[in-house]
Design a protein around this ligand. Structure first.
Ligand SMILES: *Cc1c(COP(=O)(O)O)cnc(C)c1O
Length: 207
């Protein structure tokens, strides 16, 4: 549907848009969609074909894990040890192995979600995550600062890339995903090494 450089996957972020809009993108060949609310993801997943690959990209409360888990290919927004534990426990119950990304806070705004780097590094070094058999940690996800200043945005993306490279040696499984870049900054993200971009409004229009 969209021409991106080889090696960069498109996550079409369909949040707030109706099933008909997703179906149009599906008919044009798009298969991977991102939603930020568990309930909305589940509702849409039940209405759309089984080969749609759903990525949860928004904050996930632990009490929603069980609900969303059967429908997702990847949870991109894992931002706490407790959430990882619940995902592992619920995935074990349904005998599923799920891909996850570690969401890291790099933006200058306080409000943005994600791990603080020091805490994440300590957690990864502890080795607890690597012992969860129903979780495949595939890489990192992040959101750049919300600014038109290109230098800042580029710096945030470069930081995410560096964090991914620092974490990779701690995993024996393919730790190959760097999910960064949205409608307004994805070209910079790709230049800084994104393997996956999450694009909503540039595809589906404004929300
Ligand atoms: C909404 C959202 C996007 C897509 O944003 P657009 O500006 O519409 O491209 C990407 N990532 C996350 C985490 C989002 O919540």
């Amino acid at each position: 549907m969209w021409a991106l450089p080889a090696g960069v996957a498109l996550i079409a972020v369909s949040k707030t848009h109706p099933v008909e809009a997703i179906r149009e993108a599906y008919d044009a060949g798009q298969r991977t969609f991102g939603e930020n609310r568990p309930q909305e993801l589940v509702a849409k997943a039940t209405e759309l074909p089984n080969d749609v690959r759903w990525h949860l990209i928004g904050h996930l409360q632990t009490n929603k894990v069980r609900h969303v888990l059967p429908h997702v290919e990847m949870i991109e927004s894992v931002d706490s040890a407790r959430l990882a534990e619940i995902i592992e426990a619920e995935a074990a119950k349904i005998n599923k192995t799920v891909d996850i990304l570690l969401e890291i806070h790099v933006a200058s705004e306080e409000s943005k979600t994600g791990w603080a780097w020091d805490e994440l590094l300590a957690y990864v070094v502890s080795g607890v995550l690597q012992k969860m058999p129903h979780i495949r940690v595939r890489g990192v996800m992040g959101i750049a600062s919300n600014t038109s200043d290109e230098t800042t945005v580029r710096r945030d993306f470069a930081t995410l890339r560096e964090y991914k490279n620092l974490l990779a040696p701690h995993f024996t499984t393919a730790f190959d995903t760097l999910s960064m870049g949205m409608s307004h900054d994805y070209t910079l993200a790709i230049e800084e090494g994104a393997t996956q971009v999450r694009i909503g409004s540039a595809i589906f229009g404004n929300r």
